[in-house]
Write a protein that binds this ligand. Structure first.
Ligand code: NAD
Length: 499
């Protein structure tokens, strides 16, 4: 059995804990590798070495650090297909989607090439007589990134790019479900010129995460994952005075107004609801058509599109719309929630429960599901399902629809489909959700903007990537300097009283 270990001090580091976690091929259900889970002692060792390496890296001028990012971009492009293949085999997403996962991370590294500009600080000339004031952005030291399974390239890249370009060392703790691509990225960074020890990839589970949270050396934690863990990490990180930004789960609503182009809306819902088997924090999981006429017409358009979806292994190339979910436990949880929807009275319009793929009977495939007449008290509405299940909640009016999205505890993303600019403006302005799409179903901001949810979808301050990431991974020092008048005024010939 293949074993996957850690990446410490620029080389593979054999774990000694004797504890392992299985890495599956979700398409076949087979265990393809076992992953070493780090002990607290191993984590502490990696952190101490990172702290030593950070001193020199933090003093390296920002432009040189940016050049490492520049070369990293080239190398990621060079190895894109190789990494996408590994990513698909561990995660299950289709090959083109795996490339998209890497691409959206790569774009953040491209943005990080501009680090010198972002780290420039501020300066006030003559803030008082002979006084100048300036603020510097300095690295924090050693920081940590703890990342989820669903974007095993993109989110580690979102974490490591800004943190390293700002002069920090990073401990990356990737998801134990699909750990290989983060390790490949670490190797590429070494090839790009990153000094050994500046990025340590430590694999593990709760024990490793707790060791990160309790470390007195680690200064900040950037977390992405489910809401209960995000909240736990935020609270525990605070106990040792760490800076923490913890992004959690989602329940993204798409509101479809009566004036929307319903074919466009149906296409968007199918892509955003079922792409990546619904395992996206920006997936649309709730459709809210306004008015029964809109709802009926939308369902009529959705059903044939959903029934046509092709579900299969990534090895089928471009001929698949989505692949399996990540584990057997994830599949069981999705099917349990689907059953709860039926039991609680929702109408299951497309039933994927009996889905079976010939030749892949042990894979973690889940057929597509569509619910109509879902109500806010149902578990399928309240909970994040993270699977290919779209719920329709019918709203009587625009006000009812916006209130629904606003009352939900999650606030990651949302979208509205309408032809009316006034409605769209009102929606974007009033909604209490971090990322909003207007006739755009998955409004993931580009690398030079920032990404973050509100309410239970995000704990802590500042967003991911864009300028916020550089604020998160640096701290400000402000210097007030007075230089009394010196020799430039020439010699003093008169005996002056002191004043
Ligand atoms: P998860 O919370 O199970 O795991 C995330 C990380 O936390 C992993 O590295 C894991 O090892 C660690 N972890 C798990 N249980 C832990 C525990 N008890 N104590 C300490 N650490 C623990 O999440 P996941 O299943 O890997 O990812 C899916 C979730 O992530 C979904 O809820 C999805 O919405 C969310 N997500 C959010 C965003 C966002 O930006 N808001 C982006 C992607 C995914």
């Amino acid at each position: 059995m293949k074993e996957i270990h850690h990446w410490i001090d620029g080389k593979e580091y054999q774990g000694t804990s004797g504890r392992f976690s299985d890495v599956f091929n979700p398409a076949t259900g087979e265990v393809q590798a076992r992953l070493s889970l780090a002990t607290k002692a191993e984590l502490d060792h990696a952190v101490e070495r990172a702290a030593e390496a950070q001193v020199k890296w933090g003093l390296t001028n920002p432009q040189r650090r940016a050049r490492v990012m520049m070369e990293f971009v080239r190398l990621i492009n060079r190895d894109m297909d190789k990494m996408a293949e590994v990513l698909s085999s561990e995660h299950g997403k289709t090959f083109p989607d795996a490339k998209g996962d890497i691409q959206r991370g790569l774009e953040v590294i491209e943005f990080c090439i501009g680090a010198p500009h972002l780290l420039k600080g501020e300066f006030t000339d003559s803030a008082g007589p002979g006084i100048d004031m300036y603020s510097m952005r300095q690295p924090l030291g050693v920081v940590a990134g703890i990342t989820p399974f669903n974007f095993p390239a993109m989110i580690p890249l979102w974490k490591m790019g800004p943190a390293l370009a700002a002069g920090n060392a990073m401990i990356l703790k990737p998801s134990e479900r699909d750990p290989s691509v983060p390790l490949m990225l670490a190797k590429l960074l070494q090839e790009a010129g990153l000094p050994d020890g500046v990025l340590q990839v430590v694999n593990g589970d709760k024990e490793t995460v707790d060791a990160i949270l309790d470390s007195q050396i680690i200064q900040a934690v950037g977390f992405v994952g489910s809401t209960p863990i995000a909240q736990y990490i935020y609270e525990r990180a605070a106990q040792t005075g760490k800076r923490a930004q913890c992004f959690g789960g989602a329940k993204n609503h798409m509101i479809i107004m009566p004036d929307a182009d319903l074919d466009q809306a149906a296409d968007a819902l199918v892509g955003a609801g079922y792409g990546a088997a619904g395992e996206r924090c920006m997936a649309i999981s709730v459709a809210v058509p306004v008015g029964d006429k809109t709802a009926d017409a939308l369902i009529e358009r959705l059903v044939p599109r959903i029934e046509k979806l092709k579900v299969g292994p990534y090895t089928a190339g471009n001929d698949v719309d989505y692949g399996p979910v990540v584990t057997k436990a994830a599949k069981e949880n999705i099917l349990r929630l689907v059953q709860s929807g039926v039991d609680q009275g929702a109408e299951l319009v497309v039933d994927g429960r009996d889905f079976n793929l010939q030749g892949y009977e042990n894979g973690f495939f889940v057929g597509p599901h569509l619910f109509d007449r879902v109500t806010p008290d149902m578990d399928i509405y309240k909970q994040e399902i993270f699977g290919p299940v779209l719920s329709t909640v019918r709203a009587g009016s625009y006000e009812e629809a916006i209130k629904l999205a606003m009352d939900h505890e999650y606030g990651n993303g949302t979208a509205i489909y309408t032809r009316d600019g006034d409605t769209a403006r009102d929606f974007a302005s009033r909604i209490n959700i971090g990322m909003v799409g207007v006739n755009v179903p998955i409004p993931v901001p580009l690398a030079y903007h920032t990404f973050g949810g509100w309410k239970k979808s995000g704990f802590g301050d500042l967003n991911q990537h864009g300028p916020d990431a550089f604020r998160f991974y640096t701290r400000t020092k402000t210097v007030t300097a007075r230089w009394p008048s010196g020799i430039k005024e020439g010699g003093e010939f008169n005996f002056k009283a002191m004043d």
